[in-house]
Design a binder for this molecule. Structure first.
Ligand SMILES: [Zn+2]
Length: 418
């Protein structure tokens, strides 16, 4: 199902997928509630009573939208869901219809066998995650907070997958995520004829600001989760990736392959210029020019990022925040973490489990406004040679069927332990 999210409401929306999910839930006597923030932008929420309904509930959530895919770049039709070489191919195979499917398969099996989870579970399948959750998780939290009454913890995407760490399968659980600040730089200057001397050219001001920001080397900062990750790596392999405030990036890349791209970004803030907008005629100097910059900050680093950004932008360039969301750090203690760890290790004895910080963001940000602590736990036992991190938002996104089967077994075990 094509649920591409272009970020401007021009896509097909999530309704078709939401109706499909609602049908699968209704089929096993779970009553789905369907919500639309705007026509076609559909989310599904349902509550399953647990054995101990006096305990806080667990939120299990996934998003139904995906980033767009250019068919001509792919080896298969990105919305065909083809199975080739024992892999399921298609946009959303790892981000995150794989996990949506794991959740649905697990819950339906549980119902077929007449089992109840230890505590109440709230299921939520959301619209619009790929554009910051404004029309999905954020809208639900603002307009229907009662749906999440009594929920204290949540699990969702981009954690629980395996990497090969010096020959030992190691599962990375996501227990922190960076914050987002999508900003626009607006340069102003003196408009005029392109043939004249102009020391106050908005395009020049903007270009200088963009160059300064893009080239800035952000200082290394190590959040507690990342510290715990490095300590875990050291314990497991004897390799010290962190000395004082210095991270051995070469070694990190050597050890983690493509996953290192995610990990590298969790020891510093980032600010990447992505869009330039200026001018309308070759011989006209515009009075204004603007650029978009994608900034991501570590937990506790938002003010520092904004301060540096403003300084780098300089006197002729204003920094406007278009979209901003919190950084999260949930910690790596407690029963829920123990349940994630145990479910993986029971099914894959001899493996290791480490916490990590996600360099991107998830719907956990919106739910944190209700005091819900969120983790990334979409369990996948992956072949060592699969470029998993490289699949996200990329061409030929795919997931091994065997990894999905493992995911269902691990998630089922997890839901028995929570
Ligand atoms: Zn996702």
């Amino acid at each position: 199902m094509d649920t591409s999210n272009y970020g401007d409401n021009s896509g097909p929306g999530e309704r078709k997928a939401a109706e499909y999910v609602a049908g699968l839930l209704a089929d096993v006597q779970i009553e789905p509630q369907v919500f639309e923030s705007e026509p076609g932008r559909t989310s599904v929420v349902a509550r399953i009573p647990g054995e101990a309904s006096d305990r806080p509930a667990l939120l299990v959530h996934g998003h139904l939208d995906v980033v767009p895919a250019q068919k001509q770049d792919w080896q298969v039709d990105p919305f065909s869901g083809e199975v080739v070489d024992d892999c399921l191919w298609g946009r959303g195979a790892v981000d995150m219809k794989d996990m949506d499917a794991i959740i649905l398969a697990t819950i339906r099996q549980m119902r077929h066998e007449g089992r109840r989870p230890p505590r109440d579970i709230v299921l939520a399948f959301m619209a619009d995650e790929e554009a910051g959750g404004v029309k999905g998780s954020s809208w639900l939290v603002d307009n229907h907070p009662g749906l999440f009454e009594g929920v204290d913890e949540a699990v969702s995407e981009v954690g629980g997958f395996s990497v090969e760490l010096q020959g030992r399968r190691t599962y990375l659980l996501q227990s922190a995520e960076k914050g987002i600040a999508w900003v626009r730089l607006v340069a102003t200057g003196r408009a005029g004829h392109g043939s004249q001397v102009n020391g106050d050219n908005a395009v020049t001001h903007l270009a200088q600001a963009v160059a300064r920001i893009g080239a800035h080397r952000w200082p290394t900062v190590i959040p507690a989760t990342v510290q715990a990750f490095f300590e875990g790596v050291h314990e497991q392999t004897g390799v010290q990736l962190l000395t004082g405030q210095e991270v051995d990036v070469e070694k990190l890349r050597e050890m983690f392959g493509s996953t290192a791209r995610w990990l590298e970004a969790t020891v510093q803030n980032t600010a990447n210029p992505t869009v330039l907008e200026a001018g309308y005629k070759h011989n006209v100097i515009p009075g204004q020019a603007s650029a978009l910059v994608d900034c991501r900050f570590l937990p506790g680093q938002r003010d520092e990022l904004m301060r540096t950004l403003t300084e780098l932008a300089g006197e002729h360039v204003k920094v406007e925040v278009l979209h901003s969301d919190v950084a999260l750090e949930a910690g790596f203690e407690g029963g829920l973490v123990q349940a994630m760890r145990q479910s993986l290790l029971e099914l894959d004895p001899g493996a290791a489990v480490l916490p990590y910080c996600l360099s991107g963001g998830t719907d956990n940000k919106a739910f944190s406004r209700l005091g819900i602590r969120g983790y990334g736990f979409a369990p996948l036992k992956l072949p060592a040679d699969l470029d998993f991190a490289g699949m996200f938002h990329s061409v030929d996104e795919r997931v091994p069927l065997e990894s999905l089967r493992f995911g269902v077994r691990a998630f089922d075990r997890f839901l028995q332990l929570v």
